[in-house]
Design a binder for this molecule. Structure first.
Ligand SMILES: [Zn+2]
Length: 236
């Protein structure tokens, strides 16, 4: 397989909140997109891993992604160890993404920042010729960091105004997480609350680029500009 864009995240339902709009937008533009979740959320209060995996397939269809997989690493105790790095590196060699989206390096949940670190190191390993005898070396050319909870200053923002509702529908595919269920209520936001919260966040970042809804990204490299006369986002 050879993907243009692959989003790697700790839990099913993470990409639906951080970069789902961008995945939809890139699929609409004709790119081959994919999602690789590292855990199946087996430590979650609500639902079973099998439920979440089934829900993640429904969400994948909403986000128009051509491929979605799950590494089934242990949830809530994700480790960046050699075994995990090697498995993930081999998967990256199989999927051959040109660009990856991985979690930002600061987060409240340890799985989130660890997933970012693990994914970054696996991308590096994936490019080593002698990693294994069965897969070809492949290293993504670009790493984009996405974040939901960390208060990041984005390197750039993608306008997802036209994709916001589809992204919301993808997130609400996780009925075990966001449905109005008695058990565990109080821990998870109900549908109306999550809709308002995500709309507020997307509205905030959209506002930074003069759009209704946006998704923020951080890159470590400097963005190159060749034409300073026709740059987007007005100053006044
Ligand atoms: Zn998560």
């Amino acid at each position: 397989m050879s993907l243009d864009l692959l989003a790697i995240a700790a839990h099913p339902d993470d990409v639906e909140q951080t970069c789902g709009g961008t995945l939809i937008k890139m699929a609409e533009a004709g790119y081959r997109t994919g999602v690789l979740d590292l855990t199946a959320g087996d430590m979650g209060t609500r639902g079973t891993p099998e439920q979440r995996l089934a829900e993640s397939e429904l969400a994948a269809r909403q986000m128009l992604v051509g491929w979605r997989g799950n590494m089934r690493f242990p949830d809530a105790r994700l480790q960046n160890d050699l075994g995990a790095r090697m498995s993930l590196a081999v998967k990256i060699r199989e999927l051959k993404p040109r660009v990856v989206i991985i979690p930002y390096w600061e987060a409240r949940h340890p799985d989130h920042y660890r997933a970012g670190e693990l994914a970054y190191e696996a991308c590096f390993l994936a490019g080593l010729k002698k990693l294994d005898d069965y897969t070809e070396p492949h290293r993504p050319s670009k790493v984009l960091y996405s974040s939901l909870y960390a208060n990041v200053t984005p390197s750039f923002v993608v306008d997802i105004s036209a994709q916001f509702e589809r992204r919301m529908a993808a997130l609400l595919s996780y009925r075990s997480q966001y449905g109005a269920v008695e058990e565990g209520s109080g821990l998870f936001p109900a549908e109306q609350e999550i809709r308002e919260r995500l709309a507020a966040i997307a509205r905030f970042y959209g506002n930074l680029i003069g759009a209704r809804y946006g998704e923020p990204f951080v890159i470590r490299e400097t963005l190159r500009v060749d034409d300073v006369v026709s740059m987007g986002v007005r100053s006044f």
